[in-house]
Ligand binder design. Structure first.
Ligand SMILES: Nc1ncnc2c1ncn2[C@@H]1O[C@H](COP(=O)(O)OP(=O)(O)O)[C@@H](O)[C@H]1O
Ligand SMILES: [Mg+2]
Length: 386
């Protein structure tokens, strides 16, 4: 843009100008002008010496200080023209302040013939051109600064995003580790309850049975008491088995996920009365960690149906195709508005999503008030091969 302006101005006959011009940009804090661009032939010596001109120095420096247009008849006779160069040819000058409103943005210099006939309207014309140039320069500088600012901001955002991703990744790993530990712990407690407690209770039961056969037990009160105790012990054995199974159903470890899903569905039917149909291929086997994750998600969907759905029927399908495993749990209950599920209060769902993420998978919910709910959990075959 500046080149175009200088070319046009130096071609303007009435100004008696030569084909040489240049623009300094102002640094008001350092009180110095810096050569930004030139038009026409200049010697290397000139370009080097004129790189910086302090305010007040020579013709251009004077204009920077005063902010006034300056005209000079000849570089040799004008004492304000302090700078000298080798092979300097005689010339005069228009030095034009580039001011945007009152702020000096730079200085434009034009070479003229010596002792030119100063054009009648030159001052006014040149000053307004100076203002236009200054406005354009300022706009460009602002844009550049804005651009730098934006780039800076973008790089900060990118950095933060990267940090956050790392943190999220770490949190996920921690979560996965905690899940593993909890699962192990559940397994251990389940085994202990089942084996130790179960065995002790069975031993008590045998003793009671022996006691019942002794002479003293012929006494009806004693016999009745012993029977009561035996019933109680039998119930307690049942209870420990139930607790053990709830902690970690043995069927999951012994028979795999398809059987465990069916077992869980039967438990659910017995305790809720809701009909639960399971469609699953028994040959589908997964790695133990994957089975546990899917099984826990399934339990959470059933818990939600018990607590929220008021359903009569539930259909469960578990299948795989080339790429993905898919668990679908569909109920015919009251449904809900899925838009309301994004809040932090849906902790059950959040837990399901986290479990699915551990398997590189996802959880989708299709539902509408009055239309039942479908929960689809899918995860890629590739990273979860058994
Ligand atoms: N099968 C379902 N039928 C109807 N509403 C459901 C069902 N599952 C979940 N919801 C709704 O979604 C909400 C979020 O579920 P969840 O995150 O498990 O939280 P919580 O069960 O602790 O309320 C529930 O409060 C309930 O309103
Ligand atoms: Mg829940």
């Amino acid at each position: 843009m500046l080149h175009q302006v200088m070319k046009t101005l130096t071609g303007f006959q009435e100004l008696d100008v030569e084909a040489k011009a240049g623009v300094f940009l102002a640094d008001p804090e350092g009180k110095v002008l810096r050569l930004y661009t030139t038009y026409g032939e200049f010697t290397d010596e000139f370009l080097e010496k004129e790189r910086e001109v302090p305010y007040g120095d020579c013709l251009c420096g004077r204009v920077a200080e005063s902010g006034q247009l300056l005209m000079s008849d000849s570089c040799f006779s004008d004492t304000r023209h302090e700078r000298r160069f080798q092979n300097m040819t005689p010339h005069g000058h228009y030095i034009i302040p580039l001011k945007s409103r009152d702020k000096l943005v730079g200085v434009l210099f034009l070479y003229t013939e010596t002792h030119p006939t100063w054009y009648r309207f030159s001052q006014e014309v040149l000053l307004s051109i100076g203002r236009l140039i200054a406005g354009a320069i300022e706009r460009n500088l602002n844009e550049e600064e804005l651009m730098r600012y934006r780039q800076n901001l973008e790089s900060i955002v990118a950095e933060r995003t990267c940090e956050l991703t790392g943190m999220r990744e770490q949190l996920r790993k921690l979560n996965q580790r905690m899940e593993d530990v909890r699962e192990e712990e559940k397994k251990r407690i389940s085994r202990e309850v089942h084996d130790q407690l179960g065995q002790s209770l069975t031993a008590i039961n045998l003793d009671l049975s022996w006691l019942d056969k002794q002479d003293g037990a012929a006494e009806p009160v004693i016999h009745e008491k012993i029977q009561g105790m035996r019933d109680l012990v039998q119930d307690t054995i049942g209870l420990t088995q139930k607790i053990a199974a709830e902690l970690r159903p043995p069927v999951l470890d012994l028979m795999g996920l398809p059987s465990a899903l069916e077992w869980q569905a039967r438990q659910f039917e017995q305790s809720t009365g809701v009909v639960c149909r399971v469609k699953v291929n028994r040959d589908l086997q997964l790695a133990s960690g994957v089975s546990t994750g899917v099984f826990r998600i399934f339990q959470e969907t059933l818990t939600n149906i018990t607590r929220h759905a008021e359903a009569k029927n539930v259909v469960v399908t578990f299948s795989r195709n080339q790429e993905a495993w898919e668990l679908i749990v569909k109920d015919d209950g009251r449904g809900m508005d899925p838009a309301k599920l994004s809040g932090a209060s849906s902790l059950g769902l959040l837990g399901m999503r986290e479990r699915a993420l551990i398997l590189n998978g996802s959880v989708e919910i299709e539902s509408a008030p009055g239309c039942g709910t479908l929960v689809r959990v899918s995860f890629p075959v590739k990273s979860n091969e058994s």
